[in-house]
Write a protein that binds this ligand. Structure first.
Ligand code: F6P
Length: 478
């Protein structure tokens, strides 16, 4: 492991590093964000700053696959207060329509501020003069302003991967002004949807100390998936074999419905299981020829709301199977573990219908992956009106997941869609996603950032100069 070069002109800052620890080695972490950003970090000989994951001992910066990785250490108490506490016990529910109640603990806020400052200091140590810094997601909303105070020479972009709430909900946050001003340190602030950008503008007007100060560019940049990688996997023989085997193992059902989500209360998993239960009970679908395959990837297992959700989902799966399964024929297949990328694509190919019933979702990349994998095939997508993907995937069957009758009708319509219609709808959605893949997303964001903040290196200022760039002393937040 070589020591990392201390100065980089392109830096990604995210809660997690793009690698997972596997016994004694590091492996590339799965996911669209890593496949979109890693090539850019490599091409720019850049760095990625992030947390190395739970229970990994403190590690020095190291080189991995032509990227410089800079781990930010978190103790157990910091993981509890910053990650499980403020990020996922306050911000996550607050930004997802209060599906569970946020707990506004001041100790969690102090940990959040301290860890954001630790990330900002890591940037300051790693960034070359005039570097481009791209900060990601709700865990790090104070980082743009903290960097701005310490390093007025750099350009800073921020992208929020989750929804941004309406001002009436956001206003509950005791530290709403600090969060708004933390984000305003960026030159460009990107959101998934224009409604999120509009919500943030309203929060600036209401809560920023100087709402009339020149502000950064605030815009929607809907994220996407790596369509080429999905297409290659979907076209491979081994994935096709796995898909056939999945259906065979289920007894070759007429209809296979699929749900794939992190086990998160925002995803509406109980809602879709209740709707499926009613479809069988009402004889609209036959338990002899229909299956539901629900993959629930373990997530944030230290948090009570996630443990409660697991109990609820497992009780519902047990109830449906108890009512409708017969010896040798289960109805709901439930997996509480993750699948490899290839096996996930095989699940997309095996299924006839994907059900996305999120109660609130920044985008929902599973929906975009499904339509990409099913290119040139039939298939139906039931999609919540509360998922960001609904803005683009116009040929989905759109439902309000809180309305179990509507969800049920949508799932029934999907199961009954004729082959020609199902192909046409998938083809239209595939084309939309292919036109806006994750590489285009990343390039568009960075081009916007570079245009919004053309650096005048001699002056150490931006030409637009929409921030006060005077270097200031940062008081320690730790
Ligand atoms: O969707 C928001 C997000 O933070 C993603 O960036 C991340 O992949 C996912 O949730 C999983 O979250 P965690 O890092 O808490 O496991």
């Amino acid at each position: 492991m070589a020591e990392t070069n201390p100065e980089h002109s392109f830096i990604v800052v995210a809660n997690r590093l793009p690698v997972d620890r596997c016994e004694d080695t590091w492996q590339t972490a799965p996911g669209g964000l890593v496949s979109a950003l890693a090539p850019i970090v490599k091409a720019e000989r850049g760095a990625w700053i992030g947390w190395a994951g739970a229970f990994v001992e403190a590690v020095a910066p190291f080189e991995f696959d032509q990227m410089s990785l800079v781990p930010v250490p978190l103790s157990h108490a910091e993981h509890r207060d910053y990650y499980e506490g403020f990020s996922n016990g306050v911000l996550w529910p607050l930004y997802h329509d209060l599906i569970v109640t946020p707990q506004y603990h001041r100790t969690w806020w102090r940990a959040y501020r301290a860890i954001n400052f630790r990330f900002a200091q890591a940037v300051v140590r790693t960034a070359a003069f005039g570097a481009t810094i791209w900060v990601h997601d709700y865990h790090l909303q104070l980082v743009p302003h903290m960097i701005r105070l310490l390093r007025p020479d750099v350009r800073i972009g921020f992208f929020n991967h989750i929804a941004f709430p309406p001002v009436e909900l956001f206003g509950q946050l005791p530290w709403r002004r600090e969060v708004v001003e933390g984000l305003l340190g960026a030159d460009v602030i990107g959101f998934q949807r224009s409604s999120d950008a509009e919500n943030f503008r309203a929060a600036v007007r209401k809560f920023a100390a100087d709402a009339d100060a020149p502000s950064p560019l605030i815009e929607a940049f809907p994220i996407s998936v790596d369509t080429e990688a999905i297409r290659q996997a979907a076209d491979s023989e081994s994935v096709a074999r796995t898909a056939t085997q999945i259906r065979r193992d289920l007894g070759d059902p007429d209809i296979l419905m699929l749900g794939i989500d992190r086990l998160d209360y925002t995803k509406g998993i109980p809602h879709r299981l209740r709707a499926f239960d009613e479809l069988l009970a009402d004889d609209l679908l036959s338990p002899k020829t229909t299956n539901f395959l629900q993959v629930a990837v373990p997530s944030r297992e230290g948090i009570a709301a996630y443990q409660d959700l697991r109990d609820e989902v497992e009780r519902l799966v047990g109830r449906i199977n108890g009512r409708f399964a017969t010896p040798g024929r289960g109805i709901v297949q439930y997996s509480h573990h993750s699948y490899s990328f290839e096996d996930t694509v095989a699940l997309y190919l095996a299924a006839d219908v994907l059900v996305v019933s999120s109660l609130r979702d920044g985008m929902n990349l599973v929906a975009k992956e499904f339509v990409t994998a099913r290119r040139n095939r039939a298939g139906a997508l039931v999609l919540s009106e509360f998922a960001g993907a609904v803005d683009e995937l116009e040929q989905a069957i759109v439902v309000n997941p809180h309305d179990i009758s509507e969800l049920k009708n949508g799932m029934h319509q999907a199961a009954c869609l004729d082959d020609t219609q199902a192909r046409e709808r998938i083809a239209a959605m595939t084309a939309t996603v292919e036109d806006h893949d994750v590489h285009r997303w990343a390039h568009r964001f960075l081009a916007t950032l570079r245009a919004a903040s053309p650096l005048d290196l001699a002056m150490g200022k931006t030409a637009t100069d929409h921030h006060d760039r005077t270097p200031q002393k940062m008081t320690s937040c730790e």
